[in-house]
Design a protein around this ligand. Structure first.
Ligand code: TXA
Ligand code: MG
Length: 296
């Protein structure tokens, strides 16, 4: 409780705090404070062309930041919020272009974590927050991960993130729901709520910030889909073993990557099984592929 109050004071005075969510930890600042937003980019060494997600405490805050919201977007919010779904919507003029990288859209979500919701509610302002890692590096799923990267930032400890992968990012364009980043809310789940819409997975970079490489450990990560194509030695490598249960594999992915990164082997490898298909596996594959230096 005391820490929550301290976090609110920091946010009010233009600072940033580490915030737990169900997906990954965020590095949060009030959307009303441009200096604080700038500080997020500086701390993360994040390029200004990569826009931030705005976190709300509930649906009633949508109208304050977005306009011309299509009715299907409201249906998605009602079904998946609080939860790991981010909606890209036309932004209100009052939202700082620093948050949206000059785009005329803003990305919104309500996280499913009591501490985050309390923080936003009691501050009374939405929070802009990217994942709390250095730009391009492995995302944080525990408070200690955030402290390692940002020792001077106050972190609210909300335990281990339940989902462990960043939210699904979608944008509604005419009769299409475009998935800009896969996550725990899958295409099938979206289709169920919006059966008359086409669910389209955008593989090419359509939004600034969707880069080919991301989530990378310091060590080289080799992703092996076809063992017969790997002719290098794995002798000095350590294996990143994923659980066959996709929910567990997602939850553990980033913390395993971080732990193995600290070991004394030269590189990390991960074996991908043929039967890992559909649903959450797509999001896990997306992160692994971007984190890998080589894919066989
Ligand atoms: O689960 C999550 O989404 C976590 C937690 C903290 O909420 N946040 C997160 O933020 O993953 P970040 O900054 O690591 O990724 C946000 C991504 C950006 O890289 C960008 O690709 C996309 O969301 N995004 C943000 N605003 C956008 C916009 N207006 N149009 C298209 N994509 C946008
Ligand atoms: Mg990130």
């Amino acid at each position: 409780m005391e820490k929550l109050n301290e976090a609110i004071e920091i946010l009010k005075s233009g600072g940033v705090v580490g915030m737990p969510t169900e997906t990954v930890y965020g590095l949060a600042a009030s959307i009303e404070n441009e200096n604080a937003i700038q500080r997020i980019f500086r701390l993360k060494k994040r390029p200004f062309f990569d826009p931030l997600i705005v976190h709300l405490s509930d649906l009633s805050q949508v109208e304050g930041v977005a306009k011309d919201v299509p009715s299907v977007a409201y249906e998605l919010m009602e079904n998946f919020w609080p939860g790991p779904l981010t909606l890209v919507l036309p932004k209100k003029e009052t939202v700082s272009g620093l948050i949206t990288s000059g785009l005329d859209t803003v990305a919104l979500r309500v996280p499913k974590h009591d501490l985050a919701l309390k923080l936003i509610e009691e501050l009374g302002q939405p929070l802009a927050a990217p994942s709390a890692n250095m730009f391009g590096r492995t995302s944080p799923t525990q408070a200690s991960h955030v402290r390692e990267s940002f020792p001077d930032v106050l972190v609210l400890d909300g335990g281990t993130c339940e989902v462990g992968l960043e939210s699904t990012v979608v944008q509604v364009i005419n009769q299409e729901i475009q998935i800009l980043r896969p996550g725990a809310v899958t295409a099938e789940m979206l289709k169920e709520v919006a059966p008359s819409y086409h669910i389209v997975r955008k593989t090419k970079s359509v939004a600034p910030g969707h880069l080919e490489h991301h989530y990378q450990p310091q060590k080289k990560l080799i992703l092996i889909k076809d063992l017969t194509k790997n002719n290098g030695s794995l002798e000095n490598a350590v294996e990143l073993r994923l659980s066959p249960d996709p929910a567990l594999a997602a939850r553990e992915l980033y913390s395993k990557m971080r732990d193995l990164d600290k070991g004394n082997r030269d590189f990390i490898y991960c074996r991908w099984e043929n039967e890992w298909k559909g649903q959450l596996w797509e999001a896990i594959w997306d992160r692994l592929k971007k984190a890998a230096t080589t894919v066989f």
